[in-house]
Design a protein. Sequence first.
Length: 189
Amino acid sequence: MDLTEAIKTRRSIGKVKDDPVSSDAIKKILEAGTYAPNHYRTEPWRFFVLIGDSRKKLGGVLEDIARLENVDLVPDEWNKKAEKARNNPLRAPVIIAVGVEPGDKKNVMIKEEYAAVCSAIQNMLLTAHALGLGAIWRTGGAAYHEKVKEFFGLTPKGEMAGFIYIGYPDLTPKAVKKTDFEDYTVWMN
C-alpha cells in the first residue's frame, strides 16, 4: 500500500472480529512504533501486548476504576458501568497499551517525549491498516488513572498514552470528508 494512500484511508475501526492476529503482524506493528522520531533518541515508548486472559486482568482494573468513580450512582447503574468497563478490553483480540517513560537527560522536554510516543502510535496505526487490520486508539480518564499506571508498572513520572485495540475489521469504514489543508495553512514568505 502506498504511504499516502494509507494515510488517507486509515480510519479508526472500533468493531473487529474475534479472529486471532498473528504474532508476526503484532511484531511489525510494534517495530513500526520504534521508528518514530524522538529527540535525543530517548525512546520513551513502552509497549504492553495484551492477548487472551491478560485482557480480562485489565478489565478487572477498569472495573475497579469505574466502581470508584461512580459511587454516586444507584446500584443498578453502578453495576452496569462496572460491567461495561470490565468487558471493554474484550472488544478486540489484541490490545497494545502504550506508555510514556520520559528520559532523564538534562535537555529532555516532557512535551517532546509525549509527542514522540504519539508519533509511535500513529506509525502503529498505519502499519495495522497496511496489514489489513482494524485498529482504534482509545484513551479517556481510566487510561490515565493511577491504577492503570500501577497495573503496567510505570514509574512515578511515566503515564499511559492510551490503548490500541487491534483485530480484523468487522465493518467497512465510511469515507470521511476532510477540511482542505488550505483552511489551516498560512504561507509565509
